[in-house]
Design a protein around this ligand. Structure first.
Ligand code: FES
Ligand SMILES: [Fe+2]
Length: 371
């Protein structure tokens, strides 16, 4: 493998991966009997919640003449297109009524579908499964089925607090993900007087291992300058604190920190909206601070600050990327980014050949960098 690799060379088309679950919208924004627009992998969706409280997702284009269905009427069960009043079952997408048909016209209305996507509500988000072959807009496609449930946040005990943050990033999902997994930007992007300065930079050694569809930073005592670690130090002895960080295709970064009976767990996703636009959603659950007033607010403040620093950085980076510069990845600090591209390529290759995915990481490895 060459010392310097261009991510553009490795994934020339910034491919977005179908065949996975993606977070569409925070669940608390989707009220009963409402319709919302969402875009995943450049697919326009109308996401709603029916009268029973179940979330659903349909392609946001009427199979008749392409009218966006989110602008239609929704009675809690059926979505009516505002153009000619074709009416679809919200969950299955099956057409139920074409008002212009006369009594003697026997078009099989029930064979027409608006294209419905598997939808699940999990840990505060509405997730939508994007199948390999997306339901066609004008179509007769019955609802697809997801082969596995949507990802979950690891929760170690029954009682916990819960919060989410969501931020749009004007970069492709690839840049969003490698930015998220990048260990070397911390001292430069995430500095603040109450946290750390750029002079806290020091050498780190971290053990990694392959896991299905991804890699794990093995359980270790967290970096002394990481956010949750500093908070946990208030509760537990430093050497009892361990953290594990996983990255799994297509876009999942999960981190679990344990300190005796206390734990903090997060699942961060980078969702491809369009080719040049992604969204980062951080959802966290924890059982520390449950009884401390302002505890969750403090934690949320710290995370909001971090995510906002990343967002501002990526906005600036997007300016530079407009001119399609040559990019390079170095060892070891950019090795997680290289692995991401290799995993993605291996996944696509396995799909192309119909074989099992050949994992690009042969075994446990220690990476070194200064941050
Ligand atoms: S475009 Fe929707 S009913 Fe005609
Ligand atoms: Fe960051």
């Amino acid at each position: 493998m060459p010392e310097l690799d261009s991510p553009q060379r490795q994934t020339p088309d910034s491919l977005m991966l179908p065949g996975f679950w993606y977070r569409a919208l925070p669940a608390d924004r989707v009220q009963r009997n409402q319709l919302h627009q969402a875009t995943l992998l450049e697919i326009p969706l109308v996401v709603g919640r029916d009268r029973q409280g179940e979330a659903f997702a349909l392609r946001d284009a009427c199979p008749h003449r392409g009218m966006p269905l989110h602008s239609g009427h929704f009675d809690g069960t059926r979505v009516e297109c505002p153009y000619h009043g074709w009416t679809f079952d919200a969950r299955s997408g099956q057409c139920q009524l074409i008002p212009s048909l006369t009594a003697d016209q026997n078009l099989r209305v029930d064979r027409i579908y608006a294209g419905s996507y598997p939808c699940e509500e999990q840990d505060g988000f509405v997730w939508v499964y994007i199948p390999e072959a997306s339901p066609q807009g004008a179509g007769f496609t019955k609802p697809a089925e997801a082969p596995h449930p949507a990802p979950l946040i690891e929760k170690i005990s029954g009682k916990y607090k819960f919060a989410y943050l969501t931020t749009d990033m004007p970069v492709s999902v690839d840049h969003g993900i490698i930015g998220l997994m990048d260990p070397a930007h911390g001292p430069f992007v995430h500095q603040s007087w109450w946290w750390r300065g750029r002079h806290s930079i020091h050498e780190k050694h971290k053990n990694f291992e392959p896991i299905p569809n991804g890699f794990r930073m093995s359980a270790h005592t967290p970096s002394s300058n990481s956010a949750p670690y500093k908070l946990l130090r208030l509760y537990a002895a430093a050497d009892s604190i361990t953290t594990t960080i996983d990255f799994v295709l297509p876009n999942l970064r999960s981190e679990t920190i344990r300190a005796g009976k206390f734990w903090f767990s997060s699942l961060t996703t980078v969702t491809p909206i369009t080719r040049n636009h992604c969204r980062i959603d951080v959802v966290a659950a924890w059982n520390i601070f449950r009884w401390v007033p302002f505890g969750p607010e403090l934690l949320k403040f710290v995370f909001a600050k971090f995510v906002d620093q990343d967002r501002r950085t990526m906005e600036m980076q997007a300016e530079g990327l407009k001119h399609n510069p040559h990019l390079m990845l170095i060892d070891d600090a950019d090795r997680p980014a290289k692995w991401y591209f290799q995993l993605k390529a291996a996944h696509l290759e396995a799909k192309r050949t119909g074989g099992v995915m050949k994992h690009p990481i042969p075994g446990p490895v220690t990476l070194k960098w200064r941050s």
